[in-house]
Design a protein around this ligand. Structure first.
Ligand code: MN
Length: 212
């Protein structure tokens, strides 16, 4: 199989009480598992695409044959989004951001609290299923964006520094219809070290482009 379901980097119960073990098990094993399975199934007809990373597939969806484009968009997006999601969370995470991400947030949004408020609002307002992101722009600035379904900012030429999953499958067992409560609690499991690594990747990806 071209694409694999990555292991969770911690136990199902590790993010409790913010995210309950049953949600984590269903979300990782069943939902993420299905995206991987369906992505592999879509690529069966196209062996030449099987060596491409999921990121590369969704970066240029127009290059994907039309008959599997929708499946790759949804399931390739599901693979990329969730592979990031497990890593940008950790037990005993959260707290104030530190390092370069703290500077970027302060510079762009004034302070961490105002950034959180805007990020949570964008997550609440995303109608139906989707994601809320801090994304890097080609010019080097960052912005909050939300995307429907499993769309990833990569497909709009943006860099996904981090994002939160606002599909009901991410929170409904514990928070029911209270998405704002989930969004507010989620900051307590954020892994700022991993987010700083992703910010670094965004910034170093830009440098060669500037030199051209
Ligand atoms: Mn999800």
């Amino acid at each position: 199989m071209a694409h694999q379901l990555p292991d969770l980097p911690y136990d199902y119960a590790a993010l409790e009480p913010v995210i309950d073990a049953q949600t984590m098990k269903l979300h990782h094993d069943m939902h993420h598992g299905a995206y991987v399975k369906n992505l592999n199934a879509a690529l069966e007809k196209y062996p030449n695409l099987q060596s491409k990373s999921a990121e590369d597939l969704i970066r240029d969806l127009n290059a994907v044959p039309e008959d599997i484009r929708g499946a790759v968009r949804n399931n390739g997006g599901g693979q990329v989004n969730h592979s990031m999601f497990w890593k940008i969370m950790k037990p005993k995470g959260g707290g104030d951001p530190s390092g370069p991400i703290a500077d970027v947030i302060t510079k762009t949004f004034g302070n961490f609290k105002d950034f959180q408020t805007k990020f949570n609002e964008a997550g609440v307002k995303q109608f139906g299923s989707g994601w809320v992101w801090l994304a890097g722009k080609p010019g080097g600035e960052v912005q909050i964006v939300s995307t429907p379904n499993q769309d990833n900012p990569i497909s709009q030429g943006l860099f996904p520094i981090f994002g939160n999953d606002v599909w009901e499958h991410a929170y409904y067992l514990k928070y029911n219809n209270r998405r704002p409560e989930y969004l507010a609690a989620w900051w307590n499991v954020v892994n700022w070290d991993e987010i700083n690594q992703r910010l670094k990747a965004f910034q170093s990806q830009r440098e060669p482009a500037l030199a051209r």
